[in-house]
Design a protein. Structure first.
Ligand code: DC
Length: 223
């Protein structure tokens, strides 16, 4: 099986670019952030106090998360219910960032991610895929862009969905999540030593996809 690990900060375009690259390669695209978001959503639904780590850990026994694919598109099922759209709200983004810093949450989701790569050719995106989940991935890419560019892109995305947002709020949100993701003790966001750095700040979406697929193909040819 072939694994392509794509890590990087929030809003670098990872999911859009990785999804397109996976489609071109005929691989399954696995968005691991959706798993952390599902746990975040569950905690929001249960009105958990996010300062109480133990309360979040106690929830894990009640949670059942599953990934399914409908027409090649990943859907995430939380206790049997498709929550793929619900997990995209800013509230759940922040909740996901908090719960993902808890070691018990990470180990809860570890096997599920490993299993996907064991049985499928995957392009898997997240924060610790190249460093922790799939350290033996044949290709590792660290995809990034400046916080300002990422905030602009996120604003556009939310506006297209009809949501009114302020650029300053979105930028502050991104900076906060970057801080959380890079400073947590367990599996912090960092570039794997053998990962290729791709900065998409100056690239269009199409250019980013081309850069990525080109990179992946040339690495796989060398395998
Ligand atoms: O990629 P995303 O924005 O959907 O991720 C949501 C949160 O989950 C983000 O704050 C970081 C966390 N995450 C993680 O810790 N490890 C992963 N492999 C994927 C996401």
């Amino acid at each position: 099986m072939i694994s392509v690990a794509i890590d990087g900060p929030a809003g670098a375009g990872k999911s859009t670019i990785a999804r397109a690259a996976a489609a071109q390669l005929g691989f399954i695209y696995v968005d691991t952030g959706a798993l952390y978001r599902s746990i975040g959503l569950f905690a929001v639904q249960k009105k958990i106090d996010f300062a109480q780590k133990n309360d979040i850990i106690a929830l894990l026994g009640q949670i059942d998360v599953e990934l399914t694919f409908v027409d090649g598109e990943q859907r995430v099922l939380l206790c049997g219910e498709d929550v793929s759209d619900e997990i995209r709200s800013p509230e759940v983004s922040m909740a996901a960032s908090v719960v993902s810093a808890i070691p018990e949450v990470r180990s809860f989701l570890f096997d599920l991610q490993k299993d996907m790569a064991k049985h499928n050719n995957v392009v898997m995106d997240g924060r610790d895929i190249g460093t922790v989940v799939l350290p033996k991935a044949q290709v590792k890419i660290f995809l990034t862009a400046s916080p300002e560019v990422r905030a602009k892109r996120r604003c556009l995305e939310l506006e297209q969905k009809g949501e009114r947002v302020s650029y300053e709020d979105v930028l502050a949100d991104i900076r906060q999540r970057d801080y959380n993701d890079t400073h947590r003790e367990i599996a912090p966001l960092k570039q794997a030593e053998d990962a290729v750095l791709v900065d998409t700040s100056e690239l269009t979406l199409e250019e980013s996809v081309q850069t990525l697929t080109g990179l992946i193909r040339s690495r796989l040819e060398r395998e």
